[in-house]
Design a protein around this ligand. Structure first.
Ligand SMILES: [Zn+2]
Length: 277
């Protein structure tokens, strides 16, 4: 599933394709949205916002189109009306003279008045989004230590969009590794240093992943491995998808477990629990 950084990158592409040119036509696949199609012809796209994994396309007619890709949704940007060959179902399309922004397979698409957006259940529930809100590590530390979150396991928190919007499965493993936190722990089991490191990693890894197209590994190390001819899966992450391979810090084989129904990767040495206070 795409995570916050991937959705923000997709939003950048949609924004680039659609802003600055009048919309010629909008297409919705779902019957209950068909009546909206005429609303959008001749309007402009003002900007494209994201809240975690949700995308909000803001139009000049006072309407916003909300979409969430869930597991299968995929945005494709093409020259106008130049549809790709695919077995996917086209669910939403915006066309201008030059470009078409095409959303395939997503079933979670809604049209709202701008002033209704904050009432949408997902938006209402979403925690801060480190790629869009100016969130500081101090604010995150306060959030992590709050009654609401400090007694829950990190492995559940880091997938909960109400905690921090945009985190997902690869970010979860990478954040815990960077913070040296064993996956069985809760914030209240952790040292101050671990909490601080987790707050910083939540921000830094998302921003870096957004800027680099998904690389959460140390960027100099990733560049060096790439220059040596290594493939993307070999330099992309610290621990995610690296079961049985050597920890990049100490050589310990990376372990894979299932936590909150999703696969998680960690280094039993860097993320050991024997040093706890
Ligand atoms: Zn290690």
């Amino acid at each position: 599933m795409p995570e916050g950084p991937e959705i923000r990158r997709a939003a950048d592409q949609v924004e680039k394709a659609l802003t600055g040119r009048k919309i010629m036509e909008v297409h919705f696949a779902f019957d209950h949205l068909k009546d909206y199609e005429d609303f959008f012809a001749g309007a402009d796209v003002l900007r494209v916002d994201t809240v975690g994994k949700a995308m909000l396309i803001r139009f000049s007619n006072g309407y916003t189109v909300y979409s969430h890709n869930q597991l299968y949704g995929k945005w494709v940007i093409r020259n106008a009306y130049n549809y790709p060959k695919t077995n996917r179902q086209l669910r939403f399309a915006v066309h201008n003279e030059k470009k078409s922004a095409l959303l395939y397979s997503s079933s979670d698409i809604e049209v709202m008045r701008d002033e209704e957006v904050h009432l949408h259940p997902f938006i209402q529930r979403a925690g801060p989004d480190v790629l869009n809100d100016s969130v500081t590590s101090a604010q995150l530390i306060e959030r992590i230590n709050s009654k609401k979150f400090s007694g829950r396991r990190w492995t559940a928190l880091l997938l909960d969009q109400g905690f921090v919007a945009g985190n997902g499965n690869y970010l979860r493993s990478e954040i815990l590794f960077k913070a040296g936190i064993h996956p069985s722990l809760r914030p209240k089991d952790c040292t101050e240093e671990q909490i601080q490191a987790a707050a910083e990693a939540i921000i830094q890894l998302s921003v870096q992943s957004y800027e680099t197209g998904g690389i959460t590994n140390d960027i100099e190390l990733a560049n060096r491995l790439k220059a040596e001819g290594k493939k993307r899966p070999q330099y992309r992450h610290w621990v995610f998808n690296r079961a049985g391979q050597s920890c990049r810090i100490d050589g310990t084989p990376i372990e894979k477990i299932v936590a909150a129904s999703r696969r998680l990767y960690f280094c039993p040495t860097c993320q050991g629990i024997e040093d706890l206070h």
